[in-house]
Ligand binder design. Sequence first.
Ligand SMILES: NC(=O)c1ccc[n+]([C@@H]2O[C@H](COP(=O)([O-])OP(=O)(O)OC[C@H]3O[C@@H](n4cnc5c(N)ncnc54)[C@H](OP(=O)(O)O)[C@@H]3O)[C@@H](O)[C@H]2O)c1
Length: 339
Amino acid sequence: MQAYQLEAFGLDHLRRTDSAVPPPGPGEVAVDVDALSLNYRDLMVIKGLYNPKLRLPAVPVSDGAGVVSAVGAGVTRVRVGDRVASHFVSGWIDGPFRQAYLATTLGTPATGLAAERVILPAEAVVPWPAGYSAAEAATLPIAALTAWSALVTVGDVRPGQTVLTLGTGGVAIWTLQLAKAMGARVIITSSRDDKLERCRALGADVTINYTREPEWDAAVLEQTSGEGADLTVETAGPGTLDRSLKATRAGGTVALLGALTGRQGTVTTGLILMKRLRVCGIMVDSRAAFEAMNRFIAEKRIRPVIDRTFPFDRLVDALRCLEVGEHFGKIVVHVREDG
Ligand SMILES: NC(=O)c1ccc[n+]([C@@H]2O[C@H](COP(=O)([O-])OP(=O)(O)OC[C@H]3O[C@@H](n4cnc5c(N)ncnc54)[C@H](OP(=O)(O)O)[C@@H]3O)[C@@H](O)[C@H]2O)c1
């Protein structure tokens, strides 16, 4: 079975290897992976920015979908032949988040999905919405579930409320699609007009080019009668956080999840306290939330936006494509031709 191994940090050190995969142990399943989707996190892991102490070699890439090909002793949740997506924080089944769950995230420190067959805990797989392809299902575990976490688990978004999100990457486009299906008004920013046009086609109510309008927080206030968004889904991090705080209404929520501009910086804390803002960190979500999201997606018939696809032997090219940020929504890698 073919797999990619990260032998040293950097995209140049990702090697395709061939090795036998052992049968699943007790409580485990073997999944024949049909498709992967890429997340910004995968790049950070590969470059050594996410966890510089990561033990190598390691199989990267967090998100995938495929078919259960074998089950270990004691597994009753899933059966051979079931079509499943991976669950990123694999130890987080339900209830509040716990620090210990960080040791269970797929694509390091737990195994990644960049392989033809992977062994996963039976608890770490989720059936995907009816009618989805494996490629579509592979977009769900991080990007869609993070958007859901921001909108539902943290944001408690109601119809008619205003949601602001930044950029047009995987999480932001899933935020746009889910928020529109919830009846929210969506404001979205991008560096490119052609991407904003695609956002309008997906239902975005207000689009702002943050390159042409560097004071985009003022533009958000203009579009919200001076009040600001009820919920801001902060995908970019410290470089944009102050403007996000300004663009959020008093008493509103900022779902802080992104690191596109880095993982540390200064923040004007006065904005948080004077506006009584709730700033809430996001670490994707639980399996129970994943299952609830899948029911919503099936009911609302939402299809993911897959911008570009690559074959498995071009995984590194797909990661370089993610790195330059020209994509809109998701990039998918087909591990099997028909996956
Ligand atoms: N905490 C969590 O649970 C969690 C989960 C998922 C993702 N994340 C993080 O969230 C971020 C987004 O992830 P992703 O996978 O959606 O990334 P992605 O698909 O790589 O998104 C890249 C897009 O973000 C936009 N962008 C880049 N810099 C920006 C800036 N300064 N201001 C506004 N937009 C900017 C660009 O959109 P335009 O080209 O339109 O300008 C770019 O194309 C990453 O930092 C990722 O690590 C966190």
